[in-house]
Design a protein. Structure first.
Lengths: 275, 296
């Protein structure tokens, strides 16, 4: 591997006057698939905002793809946290993917056949859609698609510029279990075949556990990083939370975290929503 | 219609010749055409951005603007455009473009602005001396009283608005459907939202001069909403929106010429009829979710 995709050193992030997390040290190598875990409000999305340069660190340093946060955003694919598009949203999936490619350029969205780089644009959009296996429904109105189909198209949108780093904020939220593991497998396959570094924010580690290289776990104003088997253990999480926490392994390999001060919903397969 | 004219016949060419015989009718057709194109395009973005309520508010604000201009002895156009521009800035101030899609929380603030505007307009009309005909034309339009100078103003407004939209169209589409991603990609979300509201204000002011403050929606919302029912493709949707706005404007003007009922009624009825008809047909076909000609 040629080097580091990102590094945070002694990092503190604040929302208003409240520190979301502080003293966080994270390093992610290129091509790794990393999950960002932790309870609601622990600062998982905040980390992505910091990496995109949308929220400056109040202390410490951050390096993203060799530069300061925000400098390399054209090489970052970002999928923000959201539930879904409203049913009446009358835009096709393919248009949405194309906006990921050229949506920030001035001008008017001409049909691909009429614009200057039309053919190359259309081919790139098609490739991204094929990569996520959304070809069958990409020409339908996005609001009319299921949550899993929408999520695949949004991943295609994040991928369409061939980014070096993918930041996915709860892409598995609002999906049913089979779609959760389907999308997780897809992300890992993209990570491996395209050499993209992936940071994926998740509520529940279990659907993605088989695919992960590392995890970052945020809780109680701090964050730790390591391999899943290092981090999701009783001793590590007890240290992080500051109270005794137990990690149980079910017979099917699923991990259940018990004894956290927060409501224990964040390691449950069916969850509600984020803040 | 005050002039006595020959009735409609089956001779279409003859009817058209008769229609264009009078300069006021030619000017009405010219103004209607300009406004229909402008409203068709801006309306398409407005419906996509779910800013119909903001559009409605701007049209209501156009009324006190026009009434105030009448009271102050200023040209009507000055009142329409001034009020709508001020309204657009006010709306941009109370809305939060960061969220991407519109949220319901700001609708209360917009509603408050709207009610105040309507009350203000009522006051101006009363101060002016409250001629009923004056209120009526402000609220429901004076399609057949369009002057050549007004047509020219409308043309300039439309050219400026459409040129601006041609420049910001793609990032505006991005922000409209996908605000958070657009922001991360460096698109100036807040600025685009303000510029679009100003364009919407321009379109509303232009349309209000023709069909009146209350009937703006007939051209701004209904053709665009109908077009989005039919297709989810941006280019086709825009073209269809313009075509429908032109159709109802021309037909409305033509029918009004030969009938004793006002233009505003015909234009709104026609666009409403097309909207309901399209929804009905699409639901019968069971394909509301499917765009026409699905694969690209």
């Amino acid at each position: 591997m040629s080097g580091e995709a990102l590094r945070l050193a002694g990092a503190t992030a604040k929302r208003g006057s409240r520190a979301v997390w502080s003293g966080v040290d994270i390093g992610v190598a290129e091509g790794e698939f990393v999950a960002i875990l932790g309870p609601n409000g622990s600062g998982k999305s905040t980390l992505l905002h910091v990496l995109l340069g949308l929220l400056p660190l109040s202390e410490g340093t951050a390096t993203v793809l060799g530069g300061p946060p925000g400098a390399a955003n054209s090489r970052i694919g970002y999928l923000p946290q959201r539930r879904s598009f409203e049913e009446g949203t009358r835009v096709r999936g393919i248009d949405l993917v194309r906006l990921g490619l050229d949506g920030d350029r001035w001008g008017f969205p001409l049909p691909a056949a009429l614009s200057r780089n039309g053919r190359a644009t259309a081919r790139r959009v098609e490739e991204a859609i094929e990569l996520v296996g959304a070809g069958a429904y990409a020409s339908r109105s996005i609001g009319a698609l299921s949550g899993g189909e929408q999520q695949r198209l949004l991943i295609a949108q994040a991928l369409v510029r061939r980014p070096r780093l993918l930041l996915l904020d709860e892409p598995l939220d609002s999906l049913d279990l089979s779609n959760q593991s389907g999308v997780a497998a897809l992300v890992q396959q993209i990570c491996a075949s395209q050499g993209v570094t992936v940071l994926l924010v998740a509520h529940d580690v279990n659907p993605i556990l088989p695919y992960l290289d590392r995890v970052v776990y945020f809780a109680a104003g701090g964050g730790v990083e390591g391999s899943p088997r290092e981090v999701i253990t009783g001793p590590t999480l007890s240290r992080l939370y500051g109270v005794p926490v137990e990690v149980l392994e079910a017979s099917d390999g699923r991990l259940v975290v018990v004894g956290t001060p927060e409501p224990p919903s964040h390691h449950h397969p069916r969850h509600g929503h984020d803040h | 219609m005050t002039t006595e004219l020959a009735g409609v016949s089956w001779d279409l060419v003859g009817d058209l010749e008769q229609l264009t015989e009078f300069p006021f009718m030619v000017q009405a057709l010219e103004a209607g055409t300009i406004v229909a194109v402008l409203a068709g395009v801006i309306g398409w973005f407005m419906v996509l951005r779910r800013e119909a309520f903001a559009g409605h508010t701007l049209s209501v604000i156009a009324f006190p603007g026009a009434a105030g201009a009448t009271l102050a002895g200023l040209p009507l156009a000055f009142g329409y455009f001034g009020a709508c521009a001020a309204g657009a800035v006010a709306l941009a101030a109370v809305s939060h473009p960061a969220a991407g899609a519109r949220r319901g929380g700001e609708s209360a603030a917009i509603g408050a602005v709207q009610a105040f505007g309507l009350g203000l307009g009522f006051l101006f009309v009363t101060l002016y001396g409250g001629q009923l005909g004056e209120i009526e034309s402000l609220l429901f339009g004076t399609f057949l009283g369009i002057t050549a100078a007004q047509v020219q103003t409308l043309l300039w407004v439309a050219v400026i608005a459409l040129a601006t939209l041609a420049t910001i169209g793609r990032p505006l589409l991005f922000v409209s459907v996908d605000g958070a991603v657009a922001r991360a990609a460096g698109v100036p979300v807040g600025l685009l939202s303000l510029v679009f509201l100003l364009l919407l204000g321009l379109a509303v002011a232009a349309t209000a001069q023709i069909v009146g403050a209350l009937l703006v929606f007939a051209l701004l919302v209904t053709p665009a909403a109908t077009a989005q029912q039919i297709t989810a493709r941006p280019a086709r949707g825009l073209a269809l929106s313009i075509a429908l706005a032109l159709l109802v404007t021309w037909l409305g003007l033509g029918i009004a010429y030969f009938s004793p009922y006002p233009v505003g009624f015909w234009v709104t009825s026609l666009s409403f009829g097309v909207y309901v008809g399209v929804r009905l047909v699409l639901s019968l076909l069971g394909r509301r979710a499917e765009p026409l000609g699905a694969p690209a």
